[in-house]
Design a protein around this ligand. Structure first.
Ligand code: SF4
Ligand code: SF4
Length: 446
């Protein structure tokens, strides 16, 4: 047996930073899943804005601002959950979920692939290596331009899902008439595409670094125990002439000098890069020098970040519970419809005012029938325009109630009741004052 055969039988144990191999694919899955979820949330009726009703749609039901418990509970719940997330894992949302970062990374990669790429590999001279000649052909520019335009058109569609149901969006993209669509929607969409195109062509990560208020807000909740990139200083000799991790960072951060309040989004690309380098190098021993960790793991001062997090997040946890309780109570007490009864505007100048308008608002997105009845008045003293109205989905309908002019003068207490086939029922109490009219005076005089 040759020496080579003997050596080949010796198992090579590759050392890796725990989880480093899966960080990159996991992040890509998370980014794609976030885009899908961002579309599914409005498309399935889970959450949508309803400008016509002046509220939003939640779980396929209209929520008005008067549904205070649901509105307040929902926002308190979401806001406190986000605060807890920032306290524990920092700006992970930016690196793993934010659509702006996803499209910027994609645009960076596509640009490098089509117009030439710089090496992301160790350069012993300390400067970046060029491994591919730049291919700045006209065809590549055209392909890049079309790809960026396609992405802009797709991204500009996503906000529309939050204002229109999927059927209306389909009508929009297939150029069909749909009465639900605003007349100027094509112009609004055009402007959104133009803004998006400028974003992914020119701005990209500049927005993350210098313009994103959301990222600055997240920083308010960061501490030294929050998830961050930590660096093994004890093996810093591995870094001489190496720039690999800095090259891997799309935000141009040097992860060896990370600070509590820097722009790092905990994407882990630098961790993967360094780990990759160490696993392939024959000179560098051990796993990579970088890892995502809580506290200060390398110095042996692991702070029990989870415990620290729960102490810090006590208020946020309480707020989450309160928000969830308000939201649950609001949903339990949710009224699927409401109605008002008021004097008809057409009658306002008429001193006798005999017409009432019953305005029924239905808030669910499934068909139902509302039955209307009047109690407390003799049947021959009023006329109800309809005794039932049908709804295909959320909307409003008017039903007129006319009181007979021959009512004897006096106060009449009566109520209007509306009952739905779905089981909802409410009453509306009214007091009608019938004035003595000239005919009655005439009758009495004769
Ligand atoms: S941390 Fe790793 S990738 Fe970065 S310079 Fe040092 S050895 Fe290179
Ligand atoms: S420093 Fe590392 S984890 Fe932070 S953004 Fe850059 S590549 Fe991502």
């Amino acid at each position: 047996m040759s020496a080579n055969d003997v050596l080949s039988e010796i198992p090579v144990v590759e050392q890796h930073v725990p989880g480093a191999k899966t960080l990159h694919p996991m992040r890509r899955y998370a980014q794609i899943a976030t885009l899908i979820v961002l579309i599914l949330i409005p498309a399935t009726g889970l959450f949508r804005i309803d400008p016509e009703a002046g509220g939003f749609i939640l779980l396929d039901r209209q929520i008005w601002f008067s549904d205070m418990l649901i509105v307040m509970g929902f926002w308190i719940f979401i806001a406190s959950l986000l605060i807890m997330m920032y306290s524990l894992v920092g700006s992970v949302f930016c690196g793993w979920m934010c659509p702006q970062n996803t499209v910027s990374e994609w645009a960076n990669q596509l640009t490098e692939r089509l117009l030439g790429r710089q090496a992301n590999m160790m350069d012993m001279s300390g400067s970046r290596m060029e491994v591919a000649v730049r291919r700045k052909s006209m065809l590549n520019y055209v392909i890049l331009g079309l790809a960026l335009l396609g992405a802009s058109m797709f991204y500009a569609l996503i906000p529309m899902f939050y204002f229109y149901p999927p059927q209306a969006i389909w009508s929009f993209v297939s150029f069909q008439y749909d009465e639900r669509l605003a007349g100027s929607l094509h112009w609004i969409y055009f402007v959104c595409v133009a803004v998006m195109l400028m974003d992914i062509t020119v701005i990209r990560h500049l927005l993350c670094k210098y313009m994103c208020i959301y990222r600055v807000w997240q920083h308010s909740f960061k501490t030294r125990d929050t998830l961050h990139v930590s660096y093994d200083v004890s093996r810093s000799d591995h870094c001489s002439h190496c720039h690999y991790c800095v090259d891997a960072c799309f935000l141009d951060i040097d992860p060896r000098k990370s600070e509590t309040f820097d722009s790092c989004v905990n994407c882990g690309e630098c961790v993967v890069a360094c780990d990759d380098l160490h696993s392939k190098s024959k000179k560098l021993e051990g796993p990579g020098l970088l890892r995502l960790s809580f506290g200060d793991e390398w110095k042996g001062k692991y702070r029990g970040a989870l415990g620290s997090f729960f102490v810090q997040a006590r208020t946020a946890t309480l707020a989450t519970l309160i928000g969830a309780a308000m939201f649950g109570t609001g949903l339990y007490a949710y009224e699927p419809a409401s109605f008002t009864v008021e004097r008809s505007k057409a009658e306002e100048n008429n001193s006798r005012m005999l017409d009432y308008r019953i305005n029924i608002a239905y808030k669910l997105f499934r068909p139902d029938i509302m039955h209307i009845s009047v109690q407390g008045l003799e049947p021959h003293t009023y006329t109800l325009e309809k005794s039932a109205v049908g709804f295909d989905g959320a909307g409003r309908q008017d039903v007129m109630l006319h009181l007979d002019g021959s009512l004897a003068a006096g106060l009449y207490r009566f109520k209007v009741s509306v009952t739905s086939d779905g089981g909802w029922s409410r009453d509306f109490q009214l007091v009608h004052y019938a004035k003595r009219d000239a005919r009655q005076d005439g009758k009495q005089g004769s």
